[in-house]
Design a protein around this ligand. Sequence first.
Ligand code: COA
Ligand code: AMP
Length: 621
Amino acid sequence: MGVYRDTYQRSLADPEWFWRDAAAAVEWTRMPIRVLDGDRPPFYRWFPDAELNTCHNALDRHIERGRGDDLALVYDSPVSGTIRRYTFGKLRDEVALFAGALRALGVTKGDRVVIYMAMVPEAVVAMLACARLGAIHSVVFGGFGPKELAARIDDAKPTVVVATSCGIEPSRVVEYKPLLDAALDEATHRPEHVVVLQREQAPARLRDGELTWEQATANAKPADIVPVDATDPLYVLYTSGTTGRPKGIVRDNGGHAVALTWSMANIFACGPGDVFWAASDVGWVVGHSYIVYAPLLAGATTVLYEGKPVGTPDAGAFWRVVREHGVNVLFTAPTAIRAIRKEDPATTRLELPSLRALFLAGERLDPQTYEWAGQRLGVPVIDNWWQTETGWPIAASPRGLEELPTKPGSPSVPVPGYDIRVLTPDGQDAAPGTDGAIAIRLPLPPGCLPTLWGDDERYVQSYLSAYPGHYLTGDGGRFDEDGYLYVMGRTDDVINVAGHRLSTGAMEEVLAAHPAVAECAVIGVDDELKGQVPRGFVVLKAGVDTPAETVAGELVRLVRDRIGAVASLRSVQVVPALPKTRSGKILRRTMRGIADGREEPVPSTIEDPAVLEALRPILQS
Ligand code: COA
Ligand code: AMP
């Protein structure tokens, strides 16, 4: 562990030296003099006096170095039967044109633009166009419905919303525009303009004043880059917390560009001319960081894939893409590999000569998936653990620095820059082998959230107050004797369904709003394919005489209609009562343990043990 260990220690002993060195890989319009501003703890800012443009670093910079004809992006969409290739030159031209269109619609530096789009190149173009203007994008995953979209519109207060008319799921075309209309009707904020990319699978009916992408760009003049402060926000990405109100994770420009560029070389061992494929969605952080920004910042080719791992057309879809585009590094979630293995469990080694490594993140990597993928692909399988909040891996095997042995069940070692601590409830470092709350000592490295959008107080209260001087990740786990971190799962009510982070609190809010429901609980239970799925339990109000199955069916539909199909809440059960503490707190953790077949200690504060016993067989079914 020589190189890794030295680098890691240097990154913690002298972070300013370490990140100044890393910053040399980025092109600045004003070089950083000061590296870290720690004058206002617990708020830290990286590169406070520097200036740059992220879009310039992702596109123009490579063109200026003679790489305008190299491939920047390959769009592969089996669901629409399309493959399109973009050189750096072509992508820059489209981005500059759309930036010009946004500017003509009144978007200037610091304005927000909400992007609600399927996995099409125009989604990437819209994101980079915002970056070009110094505007702040906020991408909303297409699987979210009107309630979630409206909450984000009200919080971000965008000048413009950009949408696709539809998304294409293997089983159906999903019309996005009616969902957007419903969200706009529900939101109190009114964006000045709506721009819709019409797709032939389901063109949308536009309302008065709304524009198609073609109309918006018809007379636009390409926009040049607008330099921004390194500390200015590049984007806000909303993520699920424990309550129904999503958290607006802020990403700055400078720290982000430095950290992602560093990660490509040192974690993913990927550079200019390589082909990087993150099989995720631009609506999630993996898509922001490793479909859009990091590969382009590094001068690599990124693959934008619109489809599922299976059924588009079969379980060989991913391997076809790897072969056809010469993918060197593949990144996805374990659930995608489980879906493929379920359909095609063969263990014979595939011939994928271009592939060098498979990186997996988003949820716990189970040992069976780890082993099967290693056998089938014949390349290192590298688990990496991180979150929307950090934007890049916290723990991983940093291949570009040093090839470390991997251990199934562990995303390996702390990444340079992250001072990871496993803490006991009284804030002490837990001994190796002992479980605790995983925290990161402040300051967080560049690229991580500096705050929540418009809500410093919530930032401090959500992440920094449990253990002063530390950022609380919300995950629990332990170190082993070799310094490998084992991440065991969330310690809060956030769940992870097919690699998608969801809030049980948000689902409970929807259930509780039904007139027949007196109280409810949603818990995440283990699932062989998706890792976790939500299960809902409701108690009906006295006097409700609608049959339980009817109410349950209505509730499932309600969550799907309000939060979106991605919530995947398929089971709601009507029960006579929910187990609670004497102070009225529902025992969700105990319920989850029973449903997953773990022996959870029953709290001594339980109000009525008989309620839990009555629920036990239902939870176990
Ligand atoms: N737009 C509209 N609807 C969407 C959507 C989108 N962008 N993404 C998902 N949905 C819908 C799906 O069609 C599905 O609807 P259904 O209930 O009618 O079938 C529902 O939301 C749930 O989707 P999902 O959880 O993805 O389940 P699935 O059965 O369609 O696919 C997997 C399961 C495992 C194949 C799939 O989730 C997958 O490939 N996951 C990879 C994980 C990933 O990309 N994670 C991001 C972090 S790396
Ligand atoms: P998201 O913010 O959507 O990226 O989800 C972050 C959460 O996903 C983390 O807090 C973890 O609970 C979980 N997660 C991500 N990667 C891993 C991993 N490699 N192992 C275990 N859990 C993970």
